[in-house]
Design a protein around this ligand. Structure first.
Ligand SMILES: Nc1nc2c(ncn2[C@@H]2O[C@H](COP(=O)(O)OP(=O)(O)OP(=O)(O)O)[C@@H](O)[C@H]2O)c(=O)[nH]1
Length: 695
């Protein structure tokens, strides 16, 4: 087959833009699109004209919620960009983007440096081995401080980051940047939209600083590159191209993080950042091969990019598009795929027809005949594929390593106004949870109450808003509640025996199961330790299923029981009366019976909270944390404000925004992210059980 790819693999970049909320990711992305000729008008993200944030909720609130994919061309390279949300409630969007990206730009606010959500996304990017370059944005803002921002990368992220540029001026006087490799200055004209700039000699007053910074940079490169080290020690004059190559290699190896300066809003420095993407971030050929497993042999396969290999891709996002319906975003690792052909969904073990293929340009799309290795594109026509599924050639099935899906921590009840609304709600829940795996819903079979769960108040707020607008659901929404979990703290064994004999065919299931606490985050694990067929093979999956289902409803107060291992080690059966259903019931009885001895506890989400408030309010803030059952973990001065880091149970954080606002006359802010689960204190556990009617 003739290769019809437009850009060679080595000239392809799949990058993400990530940061703390409001650092300027969307603005930076828009400027990139403007300078690469994709859009012709600069749309301010907060006046509702943004090209990237196209959902109504995004435009109204001026925030990014879903990660948008778009494509640009810079200096002969195809750059696929994913603009990810900064708010912690949408971490899953960041997570799934990271899974499929080869590199990222981390955007910082030059006045704030590294912020809490920067730490989170940085950690996630490290988990997925995604190389990064850093853009210190907002150099025009009052209080902008480039040195402080670079230092904060060392202090707060422990990362080996080094400036490859220096800003010329700051705040109102920010005029451009100095390139520390070429030792030239790029000066922008204030009145232009930044499309042109002058490359001039470094202004005399910056020359000493620039020389010193260049020496620091070369020493930093030498530290990660032996060849450069030798030449540096010899006193050689190292050509710029060699330095660039060394930075590129160390960046791709995650040993070095080049730092750029600019102001997206004031149209400065974005082109140099794009050069950085091309120079330092990897092509699909440069990254660590992606892991996959052959489902037939269990053998591990390393996927190395190339078009002449069997097709393998990961579905990383499902979106419902108002015009074309269901869109499945895929990242192609190897091979190619034509519109109108078929793929094997190895995860679901079925074949799916690929309708049309689309290249996404944030708010419009272009139909393409074929996708190639290294591409990110959307498929129309896949009906059963969900987030995280592997799509491969049917003769070369592979399961690609998927992504972690975090547990939702907060929930609200939804009470539809009418029967018709109930039906619409069901459709909405199905569609929205397909799009967003962190959005869950369950209906209590006894009370008929529906609970929707998500990652935070903002997340649920947006979901409720979408249910109303896109699916016309009229419903009463309850107050946010904590999504508690349950777990076992001790090992316990119990029998579950379900026998009904009332003439005719009866029911008979009998099992002995040992339960042990599993490591946090490991979920449910089932072990079949039956010997001698005392529980026949065909009933064992029912035992596992019965346990899984009853764990969903917990053993204390109706919350899902998590992180428990179950070992089925004994039992008995009846030739005639045994059935799958009877073993399922027996399994759930074993769970209930073991619960008494297994030290069941209720777990609550503990949030990592960062509160920033004026120094005068320091005493109040400490008091507020303690009163909320919180633990202060650290504090530091942040300019003339104080930052307090603490671990606080989510249950105590409802309404905290108002408390903080009134205590600080509106000057205090806070952010929180889920950190871990902890058992609630005994007295609170009893209260929760009482409130939920006990079990
Ligand atoms: N002064 C200044 N403001 C900027 C700059 N870049 C962005 N902003 C402003 O900062 C605010 C946030 O910008 P966005 O681009 O929406 O930030 P974001 O990081 O995409 O935000 P989320 O997607 O909601 O996380 C907007 O009011 C921008 O106008 C900059 O370089 N300088």
């Amino acid at each position: 087959m003739a290769n019809k790819r437009e850009f060679p693999l080595e000239k392809t970049r799949n990058i993400g833009i990530m940061a703390h909320i409001d650092a300027g990711k969307t603005t930076t992305t828009e400027r990139i699109l403007y300078y690469t000729g994709k859009i012709h008008k600069i749309g301010e993200t907060h006046d509702g004209a943004s090209q990237m944030d196209w959902m109504v909720q995004e435009q109204e609130r001026g925030i990014t919620i879903t990660s948008a994919a778009t494509t640009a061309v810079w200096k002969g390279h195809r750059v696929n960009i994913i603009d990810t949300p900064g708010h912690v409630d949408f971490t899953m969007e960041v997570e799934r983007s990271l899974r499929v990206l080869d590199g990222a730009i981390t955007v910082l606010d030059a006045q704030a440096g590294v912020e809490p959500q920067t730490e989170n996304v940085w950690r996630q990017a490290t988990t997925y081995s995604v190389p990064r370059i850093v853009f210190v944005n907002k150099m025009d803002k009052i209080g902008a401080d480039f040195k402080f921002s670079v230092q904060s990368i060392h202090d707060r992220l422990g990362a080996n980051a080094h400036a490859v540029q220096l800003p010329i001026g700051a705040e109102d006087n920010f005029e451009g940047v100095i390139d520390l490799l070429d030792m030239k200055a790029d000066l922008y004209d204030e009145d232009e939209l930044g499309s042109e700039w002058d490359v001039v000699d470094i202004p005399a007053e910056y020359l000493d600083d620039a020389k010193a910074a260049r020496t620091d940079l070369i020493e930093a490169i030498a530290d990660v590159d032996d060849g450069i080290m030798d030449r540096y020690l010899n006193g050689d004059d190292i050509p710029v191209e060699d330095l660039r190559k060394a930075i590129r290699k160390a960046t791709i190896d995650l040993e070095f993080f080049p730092v750029f300066a600019g102001s997206a809003f004031k149209n400065k420095g974005v082109q140099m950042l794009l050069d950085g993407v091309v120079d330092y971030l990897p092509s699909p050929l440069d990254v660590k091969p992606y892991n996959a497993t052959d489902p037939d042999t269990g053998e591990e396969v390393a996927l190395i990019a190339g078009d002449d290999k069997p097709f393998a891709a990961l579905a990383f996002k499902i979106a419902t598009d108002p015009f074309v319906g269901r869109l499945t975003y895929i990242r192609v690792y190897t091979g190619s795929l034509e519109a109108g052909s078929y793929v094997q969904n190895t995860s679901k073990d079925n074949r799916e027809r690929v309708g049309r293929l689309l290249q996404m340009h944030s708010n419009h799309r272009q139909e393409i005949p074929e996708v190639f290795s290294g591409d990110i594109a959307a498929v129309i026509g896949l009906k059963n594929t969900t987030t995280g599924d592997s799509l491969t050639d049917k003769d070369h099935p592979l399961i690609l390593e998927s992504m972690e899906i975090p547990e939702p921590v907060i929930q609200v009840s939804v009470e539809p106004k009418s029967k018709e609304d109930r039906d619409k709600l069901d459709v909405a829940i199905q569609k929205l949870s397909e799009e967003d795996p962190t959005f869950r819903a369950e209906t209590n079979p006894e009370t008929g109450e529906t609970l929707i769960a998500g990652m935070g108040e903002l997340h649920l707020d947006i979901m409720v808003d979408r249910m109303r607008r896109e699916f016309n659901v009229d419903a009463q929404i309850g107050e946010p509640q904590v999504a508690y979990r349950e777990t076992f703290t001790k090992s316990a064994s119990a029998q579950g025996k379900f026998v009904r004999q009332s003439g005719g065919k009866g029911q008979y299931g009998d099992v002995w199961v040992e339960f042990t606490p599993n490591e946090e985050g490991k979920g449910f694990e089932f072990e079949d330790a039956i010997v001698g067929g005392v529980v026949p093979r065909e009933y064992i999956p029912s035992v596992e299923q019965g346990l899984k289902e009853s764990m969903e409803n917990g053993v204390l107060a109706g919350y899902p029981l998590i992180d428990v291992k179950a070992k089925l080690y004994d039992g008995s059966y009846h030739e005639v009366d045994s059935s799958e259903a009877a073993f399922k019931v027996a399994a759930s009885m074993a769970l209930k019976n073991a619960a008494k001895d297994a030290g069941a506890v209720i777990l609550e989400p503990i949030m990592k909270v960062e509160i920033i408030a004026p120094e005068d309010n320091f005493g109040d803030i400490m008091g507020q944390v303690t009163a909320r059952r919180g633990r202060v973990e650290g504090m530091e001065a942040r300019g003339n404000a104080q930052a307090v880091n603490a671990m606080v149970p989510l249950a105590e954080m409802f309404g905290y925004a108002t408390t903080l606002r009134s205590a600080t006359q509106g000057r205090g802010t806070f952010t929180m992210t889920f950190d871990h689960y902890e058992a609630v204190p005994k007295s609170i556990q009893e209260e929760i059980i009482k409130k939920n009617g006990g079990q």
